[in-house]
Each structure stands twice: as structure tokens, then as C-alpha cells.
Write a protein that binds this ligand. Structure first.
Ligand code: G3D
Ligand code: MG
Length: 179
């Protein structure tokens, strides 16, 4: 018997500076793998994840369409086109590299231009590392200022990865239902 088709298909984009762990978060979530070398591709990689979300006590089948930019696009124009039509975004920084935290503002602003009402999560990744330099308070500050989600993860050991995608997608479904 064919599987029941999802009630929602939602686009999610991965944003943030290079090597912060965007691809690793997606791989951990969709394939439960980490650190295997993947081919360096040019352009956009797309991964699919089917989930059943609990939204206000209802089971909702949802397909998350994850867009991951291979490499860092230099052209603002390309980034903007990649973001269009997203229901949600996760913006990743690396807790061991403060400059990647400072870039969040640029990523957030350009995403808001493309998708003013989409759900956003700021993701503090690599919390398994002992050389952390960006404290939790910094992330919490952005969470309040921007009224976005904030979550600390490790794609390496899997901490909070499922929670990240499930929470963001659940909010996005609620957002769609309110339309
Ligand atoms: P990107 O897609 O944002 O560019 P990647 O980032 O997912 O390619 O990850 C960049 C590097 O960070 C990779 O290491 C990857 O293994 C590492 N990384 C990603 N997430 C974590 C994490 O949660 N913890 C730790 N310790 N490392 C992580 P390499 O060495 O392959 O460059
Ligand atoms: Mg990548």
C-alpha cells in the first residue's frame, strides 16, 4: 500500500558561515551519520525528511525539504533566490568561532527580506567541543531581540539535533495553519 502523502511539504534552508556545521546537522538528522566525507558539490543539495509531528494534539504528516548550499555563495543575489519560499530557516554558528556569531545578523537580515514571516532558529553548534568561546547568554540575547528560537547542538554527538528540526517544523506547521 502506498504511504499516505504528507499534509504539509515545507521548505527549510540552512544558513550561516562556512564550516559551522550546516551539512553535518542535516546529515545527522536525515541519515544519523557524522563526519563521513561527502563529495564537494557546487550549487544546492536537497534532502528530504518525512516526519509525523504532534501539533496541538494532532498527528500531522509533514515532509521537510531541506536546502543546503554547498560552498558559500558570494553573490547576494544567489543567496536571496535560494531563500525564497522557505517556511523556516536554521542559522548556524560555531561556538568556538566568535566571527561566525557576528555574521548571524547578516544572515538573519537577508533571510527576513526574503521570508518575513518564516520560522527562524539560531543554532549554536559544536557544543561538544571544550574550546567554546561564545556563551549561551549571547545566543539567548538574540533569541529575545529577534523573537526567534535558539538551540544549542552537536551534530557530532547528536545533542538536540532531532529536537531542533522537530521544534522548528512544528512551529512552521502552526504558522501555515494560521494562514
Ligand atoms: P558547513 O556545511 O556549515 O560548511 P560542515 O559545515 O557540516 O561541513 O562542518 C564543518 C566541519 O565542522 C567539519 O569538520 C565537521 O565535521 C565539523 N563539525 C560539524 N558539526 C560539528 C559538531 O557538532 N562538533 C564538532 N566537534 N565538529 C563539528 P572537517 O574537519 O571535516 O572540516
Ligand atoms: Mg555544507
Amino acid at each position: 500500500m502506498p504511504e499516505e502523502s504528507p499534509e504539509f511539504m515545507l521548505k527549510m534552508v540552512a544558513l550561516g558561515d562556512g564550516a559551522t556545521g550546516k551539512t553535518s546537522c542535516i546529515m545527522r538528522y536525515t541519515e544519523d551519520r557524522f563526519g563521513e566525507s561527502y563529495k564537494a558539490t557546487i550549487g544546492t543539495d536537497i534532502a528530504l525528511k518525512n516526519v509525523t509531528l504532534n501539533v496541538k494534539g494532532r498527528e500531522i504528516k509533514t515532509q521537510i525539504v531541506l536546502w543546503d548550499l554547498a560552498g558559500q555563495p558570494t553573490y547576494k543575489d544567489l543567496r536571496q533566490r535560494y531563500m525564497v519560499g522557505s517556511s523556516m530557516a536554521f542559522i548556524v554558528f560555531d561556538v568556538t568561532r566568535p566571527p561566525t556569531f557576528l555574521s548571524l545578523d547578516m544572515w538573519y537580515s537577508s533571510f527576513r527580506i526574503a521570508c518575513p514571516r518564516a520560522i527562524v532558529a539560531v543554532v549554536a553548534n559544536k557544543i561538544d567541543r571544550s574550546d567554546r568561546r561564545v556563551p549561551t547568554e549571547a545566543g539567548k540575547m538574540l533569541q529575545e531581540w529577534w523573537n526567534v528560537m535558539y538551540i544549542e547542538t552537536s551534530a557530532k554527538d547528536g545533542t538536540n539535533i532531532d529536537k531542533l528540526f522537530t521544534d522548528v517544523a512544528t512551529k512552521a506547521v502552526l504558522n501555515e495553519m494560521a494562514k
